[in-house]
Design a protein. Structure first.
Length: 274
């Protein structure tokens, strides 16, 4: 994303920090509030997980980033072109899904595919989703996943700017046996991690979660209830909607899901990102 996006985000965070500092009666240091709001703002970039995910059936336009636009005309993506050729050749939908998965894996490993091709591949898998049988996603989800790509939401695009390939290290951990989730952001020796519990709804391919604890560099940070609510954590204030991810693909390489606000996200298994 463009440097101006980070500048706009910094100004917005400073305004929020000053407002919260004036309200806060808990003695929470300004730097802690800044880190917390920064993490929440960046977390909103990847599929806005602090709100409920939208259904996969929602129709979204295929957005082409400015870097890949040609005189206002949309270039046909490889994924869409492959689907058209496959249909003309009489290939099965499974062939199209395999091509989409391969596109996502190549994009996650190299970060060289145009962002619109990543988005189109995820949409292809959404449209082809079969809810009649077991997805097989649950056992595959356990592990650490590096966030590679996100479209963000309309709200964050208006306030911060577009996000495609994620520029910092953000790792999601799912432990399906222990029903544990961790959402971490890592910059050098600094780590900020939200941890909590998850629930898996197989019939919807849906992972719901509640963040209950915030850790900075491994140390738990107690927060007043109003600040927990501000950060999207579980608090006495009810959610407007349950935080969740709706998954369209999980295999030995990548995972893809649609989160809240209509954003989509692509993860790569962390061991493959090293």
């Amino acid at each position: 994303c463009a440097p101006s996006a980070f500048t706009d985000m910094r100004k917005s965070l400073l305004r929020h920090m000053r407002h919260i500092e004036r309200r806060s009666k808990s003695g929470v240091p300004l730097v802690v509030i800044g880190i917390l709001l920064g993490a929440a703002a960046f977390a909103e970039w990847f599929a806005d997980p602090w709100q409920a995910a939208t259904p996969f059936t929602s129709a979204l336009p295929c957005r082409v980033s400015d870097d890949h636009a040609f005189s206002g005309q949309h270039r046909e993506s490889n994924c869409r072109r492959q689907a058209r050729v496959a249909a003309a050749a009489g290939e099965s939908p499974s062939d199209t899904q395999t091509a989409a998965l391969d596109t996502l894996a190549a994009s996650a490993l190299t970060r060289e595919s145009p962002p619109e091709e990543v988005f189109e591949a995820i949409r292809t898998l959404e449209k082809a989703g079969d809810r009649s049988d077991s997805s097989g996603f649950e056992p595959l989800l356990t592990g650490d996943w590096r966030l590679i790509y996100t479209t963000g939401t309309k709200k964050t695009e208006d306030e911060i700017g577009k996000v495609n390939y994620v520029p910092i290290t953000a790792v999601q951990r799912f432990d399906m046996e222990k029903r544990f989730i961790r959402n971490g952001i890592y910059i050098g020796p600094i780590s900020l991690e939200f941890e909590g519990k998850l629930r898996w709804l197989e019939e919807k391919r849906r992972l719901e979660f509640d963040f209950e604890e915030l850790k900075i560099c491994g140390y738990s940070l107690p927060l007043p209830d109003w600040l927990r609510a501000k950060a999207g954590m579980k608090s006495e204030t009810p959610y407007k909607k349950q935080p969740a991810f709706n998954f369209v693909a999980v295999d030995s390489r990548i995972a893809a899901a649609r989160g809240a606000g209509g954003g989509v996200a692509l993860w790569l298994r962390n061991e493959l990102a090293q």
